[in-house]
Ligand binder design. Structure first.
Ligand SMILES: [Zn+2]
Length: 446
C-alpha cells in the first residue's frame, strides 16, 4: 500500500488542520484560493469577517488571511512584513491603517510566493524601501517562466480556485521569456541585512526552506521573530504536488536552528497564529525541526542501503513523539522529494533511460489478459479488497488499451471516490477531486 494511506491514520493535533490549510500553500501565480478541505474549511474565509486587526504586541499588528499581513509601528513610521494575496491586500491595508496610518517606510517580503507579494504595489509609497533576499529575483523569474504550467497545476490541485486571468492552456504553450518577472524590491541582500527605525532594530536573516529566497525578521528589542512559511501547523510541504524546485530538508533544519538561537519570546508565522513564550516556541520548533530531520536522515540511510524510492515512501514514518500531522504536507511525498532532489529522476533501471514509457506495453498485456473489460474487473476486485490505489493503477492499465472503456472508467471513479472519502490531507484531496472531475467528464457524467 502506498504510504499516502498512512495520512489518514495520523493523529490530528488540535487546530492543526486549520493552521495547515492556512499555511504555506504558496500559490504561485494564483489570485485566490477557494479550496474546500476534507472537513469543509475554506481558507479564503479565514479572517474575512474580521472587523479589526489583531494585536500581537503594542508594536506588532496582524491582518489575518490567506497569507497574513503584519505592521510594525514605530514613532518614525511603519514596517510592513508580507502583503498577502492581491485579492486580500486591500482589506488588510484598511484594517491595519485603522491602527496606524503613519508612512510606510519599509516593506519586507519573507519570500517570493504570490500569497506574500500580492499587496506590494498597494502598500508602496514614495520613498518606501522594499527588502528581499537576492534569490528573490531568480525565484520571481522562475515563477514567471513557468506561469502556464503553474496555472494548470494550481487549477488541478485547487479545483475550486478561480482561474488566473488568461487562458491557462494557451499560457502553457507560450514562452514568456526567461527573465521577464517584475522585480519590485529596492534592497536585495545575500547573508543578512539590518536597519533601525524609531528605536527598533530589524535584523533580517536569510533562512532558506520553503523557498531559496526565504528570510526571517528579528526584532531584538521585542524578542519577536517573523518566520514566514518556514513553520506551520502540519508537516511541511517539502515537496508540493503542484510542482516546485526541490525544497531542501536540511535548509529547513538549519533555518529553524537560526530561529531557535535567537531565543524569541514571540514567533510569528505568515499563516496561522503567533506563538508566545520562549518555552512554547522551543517545544514547537524543536519538534517540527526534528520531524523533518528524522525523515531526511531515514531517507538518506535507505538510499545508502540501495533501497528504491517506493520502498522508502512506504517504510518511513514519524515516531509518535515527532508526529506533527500530515494535513498539508505528507511524509511520503517528502521522502520522494528528498530522494529525487538528491538523485534526480533516474532509478537505475536501464529500461527507464529511454523515451518509451512502461505504459507502451500495457495494451499488449491487456490483450493477453482478455481485454479491457477483464482488467477493469480486476480493478473492481482490488477496490472491493480495500486497495483503492492498486485499483486505480489497474484501471489506468485498462484505459491505456481502451481510453473509453466504461467499466474501467467506472472502477477508476470509484477508486478515486474511496480515496477522497478516506483523505485527511487537503492537497491529496485536491488532486483526487481533479481526477474525479476528469473521469466523470470522460464518462460524460455532469
Ligand atoms: Zn504562504
Amino acid at each position: 500500500m502506498l504510504s499516502i494511506h498512512t495520512i489518514r491514520h495520523m493523529r490530528l493535533q488540535p487546530g492543526a488542520l486549520l493552521r495547515a490549510v492556512l499555511s504555506g500553500m504558496a500559490l504561485v501565480m494564483a489570485q485566490a484560493v477557494v479550496s474546500q478541505t476534507p472537513l469543509g474549511l475554506n481558507p479564503t474565509q479565514v479572517g474575512l469577517n474580521d472587523t479589526s486587526a489583531h494585536r500581537i504586541s503594542d508594536e506588532i499588528w496582524q491582518a489575518t488571511g490567506f497569507g497574513n499581513t503584519f505592521m510594525v509601528i514605530t514613532d518614525q513610521g511603519n514596517v510592513i512584513i508580507d502583503t498577502s494575496l492581491p485579492a486580500t491586500a486591500p482589506r488588510h491595508k484598511q484594517l491595519l491603517q485603522a491602527v496606524s496610518d503613519a508612512p510606510v517606510r519599509y516593506i519586507v517580503l519573507t519570500h517570493a510566493h504570490g500569497d506574500h507579494t500580492g499587496g506590494v504595489q498597494l502598500w508602496r509609497e514614495e520613498g518606501t524601501e522594499i527588502i528581499a533576499h537576492s534569490e528573490h529575483e531568480e525565484f520571481m523569474h522562475y515563477q514567471t517562466r513557468l506561469a502556464g504550467m503553474f496555472a494548470l497545476r494550481n487549477a488541478a490541485q485547487f479545483p475550486d480556485l478561480p482561474r488566473p486571468t488568461g487562458n491557462a492552456a494557451q499560457a502553457a504553450q507560450s514562452n514568456p521569456g526567461n527573465y521577464e518577472a517584475r522585480i519590485q524590491p529596492t534592497i536585495l541582500f545575500d547573508r543578512d541585512y539590518a536597519f533601525e527605525l524609531g528605536g527598533l532594530t530589524f535584523e533580517i536573516l536569510h533562512t532558506p526552506g520553503e523557498t531559496y529566497d526565504h528570510l526571517s525578521v528579528w526584532i531584538p528589542e521585542l524578542k519577536a521573530v517573523f518566520v514566514g512559511d518556514n513553520f506551520y501547523g502540519s508537516f511541511p510541504n517539502i515537496y508540493t504536488l503542484r510542482g516546485t524546485k526541490p525544497r531542501w530538508a536540511l535548509d529547513y533544519v538549519n533555518s529553524l536552528n537560526k530561529v531557535l538561537a535567537l531565543q524569541p519570546d514571540i514567533m510569528i508565522p505568515s499563516h496561522g497564529d503567533a506563538i508566545h513564550g520562549n518555552a512554547m516556541i522551543n517545544q514547537a520548533v524543536s519538534k517540527y525541526r526534528d520531524a523533518i530531520l528524522h525523515v531526511h536522515d531515514q531517507t538518506v540511510a535507505g538510499m545508502n542501503q540501495g533501497k528504491d524510492v517506493y520502498t522508502l515512501m512506504q517504510e518511513i514514518t514519524l515516531p509518535d513523539d515527532l508526529n506533527i500531522g500530515e494535513e498539508y504536507g505528507a511524509i511520503s511525498w517528502t521522502v520522494r522529494g528528498i530522494y529525487e532532489g538528491y538523485m534526480g529522476w533516474f532509478d537505475g533501471n536501464p529500461a527507464n533511460m529511454y523515451a518509451t514509457p512502461p505504459a507502451a506495453v500495457y495494451a499488449d498485456l491487456v490483450a493477453l489478459g482478455g481485454g479491457a473489460d477483464k482488467v477493469a474487473e480486476l480493478s473492481q476486485q482490488y477496490l472491493e479488497g480495500g486497495d483503492a490505489v492498486r485499483a486505480m493503477h489497474m484501471a489506468d492499465v485498462a484505459l491505456t488499451a481502451d481510453p473509453v472503456n466504461v467499466p474501467a472508467l467506472q472502477a477508476r471513479l470509484a477508486a478515486l471516490q474511496q480515496l477522497l472519502t478516506d483523505s485527511a490531507n487537503s492537497n491529496e484531496a485536491g488532486w483526487l477531486r481533479h481526477g474525479i472531475n476528469e473521469t466523470r467528464a470522460r464518462l460524460n457524467q455532469p
